[in-house]
Design a protein around this ligand. Structure first.
Ligand code: APR
Length: 234
């Protein structure tokens, strides 16, 4: 039996919750230039423009709710832990729809939209709805240091030690709704495979990393993920 499950999700798992993706034709990076909004350099030169972008995404998240894929993954986690298995859900997404659906073993390697970090004292807090540069940090009380608790291009993703430990220990690696174009996440299937895991890709279409996978399930996440979970939970 598959003892240790490692699930990696991308924006495709939240697409049907209305949050869109990054690289589909109507994706976020088709509408906005990530160089102007999702890099430390952009934040250093135009912090209020970057805050406005994330404030708008945070507002959009309030209108979104988990879809059947998020709910099925929460069911799978409970079933897997109940039978004594290992389970980790690593998401590249900054929304909290996995948690809203009931997932608990969740790692946000690219940060979280609903959190903010003070660059002056390092404290992480639940984000204000609207973060601006004149708002003081709740901890050090200084203004001018608050930023989204998001990993920007060129920054180190979070929890990488835990992630690589789990990748090397898992029996089954499943990538759901990710294009496999952004590293290090795009390299996770290779690490898992080299450590002996089977690799399954669940996506709407072929991706750059599809050849690395042992199995693929094509379809909308809201349909393909519950079907796969039903097979897994038996
Ligand atoms: N069901 C299943 N898969 C879907 C669906 C859906 N309803 N809609 C889209 N997809 C798939 C697309 O086919 C694509 O492979 O989801 C993937 C989305 O790819 P991207 O837009 O590149 O998103 P993602 O892989 O999460 O991007 C990774 O890039 O910009 C950074 O930090 C950002 O975390 C993000 C990272």
């Amino acid at each position: 039996m598959t003892q240790s499950l490692f699930i990696l999700t991308g924006s495709g798992v939240s697409a049907e919750s209305g949050l869109g993706t990054f690289r589909d034709t109507d994706g976020l990076w088709a509408k906005f230039d990530w160089r102007e909004l999702a890099t430390p350099e952009a934040f250093a030169s135009k912090p209020e423009q970057v805050h406005a972008f994330y404030n708008a995404r945070r507002a959009g998240l309030k209108k979104a709710s988990p879809n059947a894929a998020h709910l099925a993954l929460a069911d799978l986690e409970r079933a897997w832990l109940a039978r004594g298995g290992e389970f980790l859900l690593v998401t590249q997404n900054v929304d909290d729809l996995h948690e809203q659906a009931g997932s608990e073993r969740v790692v946000h390697m690219h940060g979280e939209l609903k959190k903010m970090r003070c660059e002056l004292c390092g404290e992480v807090h639940e984000a204000f709805d609207e973060i601006t540069m004149d708002l003081p940090c709740l901890n050090c009380r200084e203004a001018g240091g608050l930023r989204p608790h998001i990993v920007w291009f060129g920054e180190m993703p979070m929890e990488m030690d835990l992630i690589y430990d789990q990748l090397e220990a898992c029996d089954l690696f499943v990538a759901i709704g990710t294009s496999g174009t952004v590293y290090p996440a795009a390299g996770f299937s290779q690490v898992a495979k080299q450590a002996g895991a089977r690799c399954l890709e669940i996506n709407l279409e072929e991706t750059d990393t599809s050849p690395l996978f042992d199995e693929a399930r094509k379809g909308l996440a809201s349909q393909a993920v519950p079907a796969w979970v039903a097979d897994m939970v038996g």
